[in-house]
Design a protein around this ligand. Structure first.
Ligand SMILES: Cc1ncc(COP(=O)(O)O)c(C=O)c1O
Length: 341
Protein backbone atom coordinates (compact mmCIF):
# COMPACT_ATOMS: atom_id res chain seq x y z
CA UNK A 1 0.00 0.00 0.00
CA UNK A 2 1.29 3.45 -0.95
CA UNK A 3 2.02 5.96 1.83
CA UNK A 4 -1.18 7.92 2.27
CA UNK A 5 -2.81 10.12 4.88
CA UNK A 6 -5.15 7.61 6.52
CA UNK A 7 -3.64 7.69 9.98
CA UNK A 8 -0.35 7.84 11.81
CA UNK A 9 -0.94 4.22 12.80
CA UNK A 10 -0.87 3.20 9.15
CA UNK A 11 2.87 3.93 9.24
CA UNK A 12 5.33 1.19 10.07
CA UNK A 13 7.84 1.12 12.89
CA UNK A 14 10.52 3.82 13.10
CA UNK A 15 13.93 2.21 12.40
CA UNK A 16 15.41 3.33 15.75
CA UNK A 17 12.45 1.76 17.55
CA UNK A 18 12.84 -1.38 15.49
CA UNK A 19 16.53 -1.50 16.45
CA UNK A 20 15.53 -1.32 20.12
CA UNK A 21 13.33 -4.40 19.66
CA UNK A 22 16.18 -6.28 18.04
CA UNK A 23 18.56 -5.26 20.82
CA UNK A 24 16.06 -6.39 23.48
CA UNK A 25 15.71 -9.74 21.78
CA UNK A 26 18.27 -11.39 24.03
CA UNK A 27 17.95 -14.98 25.08
CA UNK A 28 16.05 -14.70 28.34
CA UNK A 29 14.83 -11.89 30.58
CA UNK A 30 12.44 -11.79 33.51
CA UNK A 31 8.78 -11.25 32.64
CA UNK A 32 5.92 -8.94 33.66
CA UNK A 33 7.97 -5.76 33.83
CA UNK A 34 10.70 -6.95 36.15
CA UNK A 35 13.33 -6.54 33.43
CA UNK A 36 16.10 -3.98 32.88
CA UNK A 37 14.38 -2.31 29.87
CA UNK A 38 11.33 -1.51 31.96
CA UNK A 39 13.53 0.01 34.67
CA UNK A 40 15.39 2.11 32.12
CA UNK A 41 12.24 3.24 30.32
CA UNK A 42 10.69 4.22 33.66
CA UNK A 43 13.83 6.22 34.43
CA UNK A 44 13.48 8.03 31.08
CA UNK A 45 9.84 8.82 31.81
CA UNK A 46 10.80 10.22 35.22
CA UNK A 47 13.43 12.49 33.64
CA UNK A 48 10.62 14.09 31.63
CA UNK A 49 7.67 13.91 33.99
CA UNK A 50 9.31 14.17 37.41
CA UNK A 51 10.65 11.62 39.83
CA UNK A 52 7.30 10.73 41.35
CA UNK A 53 5.68 9.62 38.07
CA UNK A 54 4.40 6.03 38.28
CA UNK A 55 4.61 4.29 34.91
CA UNK A 56 2.71 1.22 33.69
CA UNK A 57 2.89 -0.30 30.22
CA UNK A 58 -0.15 -1.67 28.40
CA UNK A 59 -0.85 -2.99 24.93
CA UNK A 60 -2.97 -0.27 23.31
CA UNK A 61 -4.58 3.13 23.62
CA UNK A 62 -8.07 1.93 24.39
CA UNK A 63 -6.66 -0.12 27.27
CA UNK A 64 -4.65 2.85 28.55
CA UNK A 65 -7.84 4.93 28.67
CA UNK A 66 -10.08 2.24 30.12
CA UNK A 67 -7.68 1.16 32.85
CA UNK A 68 -7.01 4.82 33.73
CA UNK A 69 -10.74 5.45 34.09
CA UNK A 70 -11.10 2.30 36.18
CA UNK A 71 -8.50 3.70 38.54
CA UNK A 72 -10.19 7.09 38.76
CA UNK A 73 -13.87 6.28 39.09
CA UNK A 74 -16.33 4.01 40.82
CA UNK A 75 -19.17 2.36 38.88
CA UNK A 76 -21.70 4.89 40.17
CA UNK A 77 -19.59 7.82 39.02
CA UNK A 78 -19.33 9.65 35.70
CA UNK A 79 -16.64 10.94 33.38
CA UNK A 80 -17.10 14.26 31.60
CA UNK A 81 -15.62 14.00 28.13
CA UNK A 82 -15.82 15.57 24.68
CA UNK A 83 -18.64 14.46 22.39
CA UNK A 84 -16.02 13.59 19.75
CA UNK A 85 -13.63 11.87 22.17
CA UNK A 86 -12.20 8.47 21.38
CA UNK A 87 -13.51 7.10 24.67
CA UNK A 88 -17.01 8.19 23.69
CA UNK A 89 -17.22 7.25 20.03
CA UNK A 90 -14.43 4.83 19.16
CA UNK A 91 -14.00 2.37 22.00
CA UNK A 92 -17.13 0.30 21.50
CA UNK A 93 -18.39 1.17 24.95
CA UNK A 94 -15.29 -0.30 26.63
CA UNK A 95 -15.07 2.43 29.32
CA UNK A 96 -18.67 1.77 30.37
CA UNK A 97 -18.31 -2.00 30.08
CA UNK A 98 -14.90 -2.44 31.70
CA UNK A 99 -14.55 0.60 33.96
CA UNK A 100 -18.25 0.59 34.81
CA UNK A 101 -18.45 4.37 34.83
CA UNK A 102 -20.94 6.48 32.89
CA UNK A 103 -19.57 8.76 30.20
CA UNK A 104 -21.21 12.17 29.93
CA UNK A 105 -20.27 13.56 26.50
CA UNK A 106 -20.32 17.35 26.28
CA UNK A 107 -20.62 19.71 23.36
CA UNK A 108 -17.29 20.87 21.97
CA UNK A 109 -16.03 23.56 19.66
CA UNK A 110 -13.22 22.42 17.35
CA UNK A 111 -12.99 19.26 19.47
CA UNK A 112 -12.40 21.20 22.69
CA UNK A 113 -14.31 21.24 25.95
CA UNK A 114 -14.96 24.49 27.79
CA UNK A 115 -15.53 25.44 31.41
CA UNK A 116 -18.96 26.80 30.44
CA UNK A 117 -20.06 23.35 29.18
CA UNK A 118 -18.61 21.66 32.25
CA UNK A 119 -20.50 24.03 34.53
CA UNK A 120 -23.75 23.13 32.75
CA UNK A 121 -23.05 19.42 33.28
CA UNK A 122 -22.08 19.72 36.94
CA UNK A 123 -25.54 19.16 38.35
CA UNK A 124 -27.48 17.14 40.92
CA UNK A 125 -24.56 16.79 43.29
CA UNK A 126 -25.39 14.43 46.10
CA UNK A 127 -28.51 13.18 44.30
CA UNK A 128 -28.63 9.39 44.76
CA UNK A 129 -30.51 9.05 41.45
CA UNK A 130 -27.79 10.67 39.39
CA UNK A 131 -24.35 9.39 38.37
CA UNK A 132 -21.86 11.76 40.03
CA UNK A 133 -19.23 13.41 37.80
CA UNK A 134 -15.83 12.39 39.19
CA UNK A 135 -13.40 12.60 36.27
CA UNK A 136 -12.66 15.14 33.56
CA UNK A 137 -11.12 13.42 30.54
CA UNK A 138 -9.41 15.64 27.97
CA UNK A 139 -7.86 14.54 24.70
CA UNK A 140 -4.63 16.35 23.87
CA UNK A 141 -4.30 16.94 20.94
CA UNK A 142 -8.00 16.52 20.22
CA UNK A 143 -9.61 14.16 17.73
CA UNK A 144 -10.10 17.18 15.44
CA UNK A 145 -6.39 17.92 15.37
CA UNK A 146 -6.64 20.98 17.59
CA UNK A 147 -4.50 21.43 20.67
CA UNK A 148 -5.66 22.93 23.97
CA UNK A 149 -3.50 25.96 24.76
CA UNK A 150 -1.67 26.13 28.07
CA UNK A 151 -4.19 28.70 29.35
CA UNK A 152 -7.15 26.53 28.28
CA UNK A 153 -5.65 23.55 30.11
CA UNK A 154 -5.02 25.65 33.20
CA UNK A 155 -8.63 26.82 33.26
CA UNK A 156 -10.16 23.38 32.67
CA UNK A 157 -7.97 21.62 35.20
CA UNK A 158 -8.42 24.35 37.80
CA UNK A 159 -12.19 23.97 37.36
CA UNK A 160 -11.99 20.18 37.85
CA UNK A 161 -9.80 20.57 40.91
CA UNK A 162 -12.15 23.14 42.41
CA UNK A 163 -14.85 20.45 42.21
CA UNK A 164 -12.51 17.79 43.63
CA UNK A 165 -12.64 15.87 40.36
CA UNK A 166 -9.77 13.87 38.89
CA UNK A 167 -8.19 14.76 35.53
CA UNK A 168 -7.30 12.22 32.87
CA UNK A 169 -5.64 13.03 29.57
CA UNK A 170 -5.96 10.81 26.55
CA UNK A 171 -2.55 11.50 25.04
CA UNK A 172 -2.47 9.02 22.18
CA UNK A 173 -0.52 11.75 20.33
CA UNK A 174 0.68 13.68 23.37
CA UNK A 175 4.19 14.29 22.04
CA UNK A 176 2.69 16.26 19.15
CA UNK A 177 0.93 18.58 21.60
CA UNK A 178 4.12 19.01 23.62
CA UNK A 179 6.06 19.96 20.51
CA UNK A 180 3.31 22.28 19.28
CA UNK A 181 3.00 24.08 22.63
CA UNK A 182 6.77 24.21 23.21
CA UNK A 183 6.38 23.22 26.85
CA UNK A 184 7.85 20.33 28.80
CA UNK A 185 6.01 17.08 29.50
CA UNK A 186 5.95 17.99 33.18
CA UNK A 187 4.61 21.50 32.64
CA UNK A 188 1.68 20.08 30.68
CA UNK A 189 0.80 17.34 33.18
CA UNK A 190 2.11 17.02 36.74
CA UNK A 191 2.56 20.78 37.26
CA UNK A 192 -1.00 21.47 36.12
CA UNK A 193 -2.49 18.86 38.43
CA UNK A 194 -3.24 16.11 35.90
CA UNK A 195 -3.79 12.83 37.74
CA UNK A 196 -3.30 10.28 34.95
CA UNK A 197 -2.04 10.41 31.37
CA UNK A 198 -2.54 7.80 28.65
CA UNK A 199 0.76 8.31 26.84
CA UNK A 200 0.74 7.08 23.26
CA UNK A 201 3.45 5.20 21.44
CA UNK A 202 1.77 3.35 18.59
CA UNK A 203 0.81 6.47 16.64
CA UNK A 204 4.27 7.95 17.00
CA UNK A 205 6.57 5.31 15.57
CA UNK A 206 6.31 2.37 17.96
CA UNK A 207 5.25 -1.08 16.83
CA UNK A 208 2.74 -1.17 19.67
CA UNK A 209 2.41 -0.15 23.27
CA UNK A 210 1.22 2.70 25.43
CA UNK A 211 2.07 3.90 28.91
CA UNK A 212 -0.27 4.88 31.71
CA UNK A 213 1.43 7.53 33.85
CA UNK A 214 0.13 8.47 37.29
CA UNK A 215 1.10 11.77 38.89
CA UNK A 216 -1.08 11.05 41.89
CA UNK A 217 0.70 8.29 43.82
CA UNK A 218 -2.34 7.28 45.86
CA UNK A 219 -4.31 6.52 42.71
CA UNK A 220 -1.46 4.41 41.36
CA UNK A 221 -1.44 2.17 44.39
CA UNK A 222 -3.96 -0.37 43.09
CA UNK A 223 -3.22 0.02 39.43
CA UNK A 224 -1.10 -3.11 39.06
CA UNK A 225 -4.17 -5.14 40.06
CA UNK A 226 -6.44 -3.19 37.73
CA UNK A 227 -4.04 -3.70 34.83
CA UNK A 228 -3.76 -7.45 35.42
CA UNK A 229 -7.50 -7.91 35.92
CA UNK A 230 -8.10 -5.95 32.71
CA UNK A 231 -5.85 -8.46 30.85
CA UNK A 232 -3.31 -5.74 30.10
CA UNK A 233 -0.18 -6.93 31.87
CA UNK A 234 2.20 -7.88 29.04
CA UNK A 235 4.23 -10.88 30.02
CA UNK A 236 7.07 -9.85 27.69
CA UNK A 237 6.85 -6.24 28.83
CA UNK A 238 10.45 -5.64 27.77
CA UNK A 239 9.32 -5.44 24.12
CA UNK A 240 7.07 -2.51 24.95
CA UNK A 241 9.37 -0.76 27.41
CA UNK A 242 12.44 -1.02 25.18
CA UNK A 243 10.54 0.91 22.51
CA UNK A 244 9.66 3.67 24.96
CA UNK A 245 13.25 3.82 26.14
CA UNK A 246 14.39 4.42 22.55
CA UNK A 247 11.52 6.86 21.96
CA UNK A 248 12.39 9.08 24.93
CA UNK A 249 16.15 8.74 24.82
CA UNK A 250 18.06 11.35 22.79
CA UNK A 251 14.74 13.10 22.13
CA UNK A 252 13.65 10.79 19.32
CA UNK A 253 10.04 11.63 20.32
CA UNK A 254 10.76 15.27 19.51
CA UNK A 255 12.32 14.55 16.13
CA UNK A 256 9.33 12.41 15.20
CA UNK A 257 6.71 14.92 16.34
CA UNK A 258 8.54 17.86 14.78
CA UNK A 259 8.66 16.01 11.49
CA UNK A 260 4.96 15.06 11.61
CA UNK A 261 3.98 18.64 12.44
CA UNK A 262 6.19 20.10 9.73
CA UNK A 263 4.66 17.74 7.20
CA UNK A 264 1.15 18.73 8.29
CA UNK A 265 2.09 22.39 7.74
CA UNK A 266 3.55 21.64 4.36
CA UNK A 267 0.38 19.76 3.42
CA UNK A 268 -1.77 22.66 4.64
CA UNK A 269 0.25 25.23 2.70
CA UNK A 270 0.21 23.06 -0.41
CA UNK A 271 -3.57 22.52 -0.54
CA UNK A 272 -5.14 25.55 1.11
CA UNK A 273 -5.54 27.63 -2.05
CA UNK A 274 -6.72 24.87 -4.35
CA UNK A 275 -10.22 25.78 -5.60
CA UNK A 276 -12.79 23.39 -4.13
CA UNK A 277 -10.69 22.60 -1.06
CA UNK A 278 -11.87 24.20 2.19
CA UNK A 279 -9.22 23.68 4.84
CA UNK A 280 -10.28 24.00 8.46
CA UNK A 281 -7.36 25.96 9.93
CA UNK A 282 -3.62 26.06 10.45
CA UNK A 283 -2.68 22.61 11.80
CA UNK A 284 -2.07 22.40 15.53
CA UNK A 285 -0.89 18.81 15.38
CA UNK A 286 -0.28 16.22 12.67
CA UNK A 287 -3.72 16.40 11.03
CA UNK A 288 -5.23 18.56 8.33
CA UNK A 289 -9.03 18.63 8.01
CA UNK A 290 -10.58 19.77 4.73
CA UNK A 291 -13.92 19.66 2.95
CA UNK A 292 -13.69 18.53 -0.67
CA UNK A 293 -16.28 17.70 -3.33
CA UNK A 294 -17.62 14.19 -2.65
CA UNK A 295 -16.84 12.99 -6.18
CA UNK A 296 -13.11 13.57 -5.65
CA UNK A 297 -12.78 11.08 -2.83
CA UNK A 298 -12.78 7.84 -4.82
CA UNK A 299 -10.27 9.13 -7.38
CA UNK A 300 -7.88 10.49 -4.74
CA UNK A 301 -8.05 7.31 -2.73
CA UNK A 302 -6.85 5.25 -5.68
CA UNK A 303 -3.37 6.39 -4.75
CA UNK A 304 -3.57 8.04 -1.33
CA UNK A 305 -5.78 6.52 1.33
CA UNK A 306 -7.55 8.79 3.85
CA UNK A 307 -10.76 8.83 5.85
CA UNK A 308 -13.86 10.93 5.27
CA UNK A 309 -14.38 12.27 8.79
CA UNK A 310 -17.86 13.66 8.31
CA UNK A 311 -20.04 11.92 5.72
CA UNK A 312 -22.56 14.79 5.74
CA UNK A 313 -20.08 17.50 4.72
CA UNK A 314 -17.35 15.38 3.14
CA UNK A 315 -14.84 16.77 5.55
CA UNK A 316 -11.75 14.59 5.29
CA UNK A 317 -8.88 13.97 7.68
CA UNK A 318 -5.40 13.90 6.22
CA UNK A 319 -2.89 12.74 8.74
CA UNK A 320 0.89 12.85 8.57
CA UNK A 321 3.28 10.54 10.39
CA UNK A 322 6.96 9.97 11.11
CA UNK A 323 7.52 8.60 7.61
CA UNK A 324 5.57 11.16 5.53
CA UNK A 325 7.76 12.57 2.77
CA UNK A 326 7.43 15.81 0.82
CA UNK A 327 7.03 13.72 -2.36
CA UNK A 328 3.89 12.13 -0.89
CA UNK A 329 2.39 15.55 -0.30
CA UNK A 330 3.50 16.85 -3.70
CA UNK A 331 1.87 13.87 -5.42
CA UNK A 332 -1.34 14.30 -3.44
CA UNK A 333 -1.41 18.04 -4.14
CA UNK A 334 -0.93 17.39 -7.86
CA UNK A 335 -3.87 14.94 -7.80
CA UNK A 336 -6.06 17.53 -6.05
CA UNK A 337 -5.07 20.22 -8.54
CA UNK A 338 -5.91 17.98 -11.44
CA UNK A 339 -9.40 17.36 -10.02
CA UNK A 340 -9.86 21.08 -9.36
CA UNK A 341 -9.32 21.98 -13.04
C1 LIG B 1 -7.22 10.00 20.59
C2 LIG B 1 -7.11 8.51 20.61
N1 LIG B 1 -7.13 7.87 21.79
C3 LIG B 1 -7.02 6.55 21.88
C4 LIG B 1 -6.89 5.77 20.75
C5 LIG B 1 -6.87 4.27 20.94
O1 LIG B 1 -5.81 3.60 20.45
P1 LIG B 1 -5.87 2.03 20.10
O2 LIG B 1 -6.43 1.93 18.74
O3 LIG B 1 -4.44 1.65 20.23
O4 LIG B 1 -6.70 1.34 21.11
C6 LIG B 1 -6.87 6.37 19.49
C7 LIG B 1 -6.75 5.58 18.25
O5 LIG B 1 -7.15 5.94 17.19
C8 LIG B 1 -6.99 7.78 19.42
O6 LIG B 1 -6.99 8.43 18.24
Amino acid sequence: MKRGFGSDNHAGVHPQIFASLVAANTEHAPAYGTDEWTDKATEEFRKHFGSSAQVFFVFNGTAANVTSLRALSKPYQAVFCADVSHINVDECGAPEYLAGCKLIPLTTVEGKLSVAELEKAYIRRGDQHYSQGQVLSLTQPTELGTTYSFAELQALIAWAKSKKMFVHIDGARFTNAVTYLKKSFKELTADLGVDVLSFGGTKNGLMMGEAVIFFNKDLAYDFKYIRKQSAQLPSKTRFISCQFQAFLQDNLWQKISQHSLQMAHYLYESVKDIPGVQVRGIPQSNAVFAIIPSEWVKKLRENYFFYVWDESTFECRWMTSWDTQREDIDGFTAALKELAQ
